[in-house]
Design a protein around this ligand. Structure first.
Ligand SMILES: [Zn+2]
Length: 434
């Protein structure tokens, strides 16, 4: 066990918290300047010396770092300590380019697991709980992160990993899992199977911690209802450490950022200017305790806003609103910005479940976009509307949400392939990036 797990830090008065951040920032900036050539050169280029950073008020003087920088520095360019001090790597999936490999010292792992432990406790977890982790294990941070956090809380931990739904449900029933950790799309998938098999009474789940992909409020309600639980959001990035950078408390009104380890900023993505609290912009993080893979002012490309409004849970750490989109997820279709989450919101509002796929293609110079969505078993049973009627309603809903005409195809239940990890929502056949 590390020495980092200090629940009292979560309710520390803001002034005291910011003093702690300032101390850690000053120390961290000196550390990276002395130990990472990349930062040394970047700061020199900008004419900033470590002694210019006297506290969090000077954070804006530091240069940004982007995902491209991480890729350019692959694999060892950002190491803050000798490789012999590192005990673990994790990695991004690398679907949009070169993988990012993040390194951890034992102390870095302790911090990460503590953050996940806090997330589990915020979802009501205690040592009496049985935590069912069906995030993927391996290079992906979901499984190892929540697994480590669950150990720290003292919960019985089921390292299920993803896939094999039959076995998941068997263990859930036999071992009495109480907290489920997975992607929201897999939680919806499990909920659907539990309903079909009539297992709801045999499942003891009370809470779920879901992240690693965007999900809507409608999807949350849907999961809460089918699984009979309270569903909590969790946020993190491999580059920053993994899940647990921020998470929801019982208020479910934004995720508390673990500010004793990560300092957030919101910037205008075009100009880099820091925006005031409450304004939507790109989320930027500075890690103030991480040593193996230290990041200063890392641009996440997630768009959201921050609020320090008092939270009834007692935590003083700033909250981030669920990202409204990620520049990576955003598609430009027919010249309009489209986020899959917007389409999902329309579908769920009309009573569909999150079993859908978006296919984007190009015919000549014109983009085409088609949304395929499954009828729910309830819709089939009710038989109160024709497929054509439903399609027409969705087309109208999407037109008013996005301002463009989207083709819609309503298909039979169980037609669209289910995901066991991150769902593939978008199939873009235009090959714009090749
Ligand atoms: Zn709270």
């Amino acid at each position: 066990m590390g020495n980092y797990y200090q629940p009292e830090i979560e309710t520390m008065p803001v002034e005291q918290l910011q003093k702690l951040q300032s101390e850690r920032l000053v120390e961290q900036v000196k550390f990276v300047y002395d130990n990472v050539k990349f930062y040394h050169e970047k700061m020199d280029e900008k004419g900033v010396k470590p002694e210019d950073i006297k506290g969090i008020e000077d954070l804006h003087k530091l240069p940004f770092i982007t995902k491209d920088d991480l890729r350019d520095q692959y694999p060892y360019g950002l190491l803050g300590v000798p490789l012999s001090e590192c005990v673990r790597i994790q990695s991004t999936s690398g679907t949009t380019g070169r993988r990012v490999v993040a390194f951890y010292t034992q102390a870095d792992l302790d911090v990460w697991e503590d953050c996940c432990a806090r997330a589990i406790m915020a979802a009501g977890g205690t040592k009496e709980d049985v935590v069912h982790v069906c995030y993927g294990y391996g290079l992906f941070t979901g499984g190892p992160g929540l697994n480590g956090g669950s150990h720290r809380v003292g919960c019985l931990t089921l390292p299920m990993s993803s896939g094999n739904t039959e076995r998941q449900l068997q263990f859930m029933e036999d071992l009495g899992s109480t907290i489920l950790c997975c992607t929201p799309s897999y939680a919806a998938n499990l909920g659907e199977t539990i309903t079909e098999k009539g297992l709801k009474d045999k499942i003891k789940l009370k809470a779920g911690i879901f992240g690693a992909e965007p999900w809507t409020e409608e999807m949350r309600h849907n999961i809460e209802e089918t699984l009979g639980i309270k569903a909590y959001d969790i946020y993190g990035l491999t580059e920053i450490s993994g899940p647990g950078v921020s998470f929801e408390c019982e208020e479910q009104a934004g995720m508390h950022i673990q500010e004793d380890h990560f300092i957030p900023e919101i910037i205008n993505p075009d100009t880099g200017e820091v925006l005031p609290e409450g304004e939507v912009g790109e989320l930027v993080f500075t890690c103030i305790t991480k040593k193996a893979f230290p990041l200063l002012r890392y641009r996440t490309r997630d768009l959201c806003y921050l609020t320090r409004k008092k939270c009834s849970c007692g935590r003083t750490h700033i909250r981030m609103h669920k990202p409204t989109g990620r520049s990576d997820d955003m598609m430009v279709v027919k010249g309009v910005n489209v986020w899959p989450s917007q389409i999902e919101a329309v579908l769920l509002k009309q009573g569909f479940q999150a079993n859908y796929q978006i296919v984007v293609d190009r015919l000549g110079n014109n983009d085409t976009i088609e949304v395929q969505v499954e009828l729910t078993p309830e819709m089939v049973a009710a038989n109160d509307k024709t497929v054509a009627q439903r399609e027409k309603e969705i087309v109208a809903g999407l037109k008013s949400m996005l301002g463009i005409k989207v083709d819609v195809k309503v298909v039979d239940p169980k037609t669209i392939v289910r995901s066991e990890g991150k769902a593939v929502r978008v199939v873009d056949k235009r090959n714009l990036y090749q």
